[in-house]
Design a protein around this ligand. Structure first.
Ligand code: SAM
Length: 261
């Protein structure tokens, strides 16, 4: 019997209907699949039944990695490591499908790392990921709403995001205290070209540092009060950070890069 480790965000998905729903989101037959944090292997078993070409899993917990080795033998490739240290971009030749019932304590860190590190070629066909509902709500939030912020702006830059469903605590063991949501991320064909995604990270950090305050201070800090940019992007400095839509943040980042080139 496995004792779930809170420090590794271990809440294992046990609801068969939800497991089935997750593996049916995309056709994975004959595709390369990566699963992050397979845990006790419940989702892993469902993925294998769909006959992927290859299934690679990344699990940080040594004890679980050993158990998975015994359970699945040579049906899967196990990487017993921290996903935050792995370089997924170099693991595969084909585009892959990624599943993850992510450990909630590092879910946004994992996603931000993938997005910030994305080169021009996407290494995945889609990401099928579970988050705590509160985080998923922030990822898909629209501008002019209270949940809109850095996470929404960074996640929506190169990806189209679809919410599949919310999932109640009873679907997991042990039961988490919060609801979860399942999201799917697809690469966008067209997106605003930013030279260095770390600049998007910086701009959103500075703008949302004081989300209730007017835009004047962060704008002046970054752009030295350049009124041409305000006119071009139709920004009024009495607005608040949540009033600027996604594209305005991407364009602002391009302007910031132009000023420095
Ligand atoms: N996928 C399984 C399921 O649905 O039943 C388990 C999900 S559980 C929420 C998160 C899993 O991620 C755990 O197995 C945990 O050990 C693993 N994990 C936590 N942090 C990790 C990290 N940084 N890298 C890789 N795996 C991690």
């Amino acid at each position: 019997m496995i004792k779930a480790k809170k420090s590794l965000g271990q809440n294992f998905l046990i609801d068969k209907n939800i497991l089935e729903k997750i593996v049916n989101i995309s056709n994975i037959e004959n595709k390369i699949v990566l699963e992050i944090g397979p845990g006790t292997g419940n989702l892993t078993s469902c993925i294998l039944k769909k006959n992927p070409k290859k299934l690679i899993v990344i699990e940080k917990d040594d004890e679980l990695a050993t158990k998975l080795e015994k359970k699945f033998n040579n049906q899967i490739t196990i990487i017993n490591d921290d996903v935050l240290k792995a370089d997924e971009t170099n693991l595969f030749d084909d585009k892959i499908i990624v599943f993850g019932n992510l450990p909630y304590n590092v879910s946004t860190e994992i996603l931000s790392k993938w997005i910030i590190n994305l080169k021009n070629n996407f290494w995945f066909e889609c990401l099928i990921l579970m988050f705590q509902k509160e985080v998923a709500d922030r990822i898909i939030a629209k501008f002019n709403t209270s949940k809109y912020g850095r996470l929404s702006i960074i996640c929506n830059w190169k990806l189209n995001i679809k919410k599949i469903c919310d999932i109640k605590p009873g679907a997991f063991f042990p039961k988490p205290k919060i609801d979860s949501s399942l999201l799917v991320f697809y690469p966008k064909k067209n997106f605003i070209k930013i030279k260095d995604p770390n600049n998007l990270e910086k701009i959103t950090r500075i703008f949302f540092n004081q989300r209730r305050k007017m835009l004047k201070k962060p704008f002046n800090q970054l752009f030295n009060g350049d009124h041409r940019i305000l006119d071009k992007l139709k920004i009024d400095l009495t607005m608040r950070p949540q009033n600027l839509d996604l594209d305005t943040y991407y364009k602002l980042t391009c302007e910031y890069e132009n000023l420095r080139s």
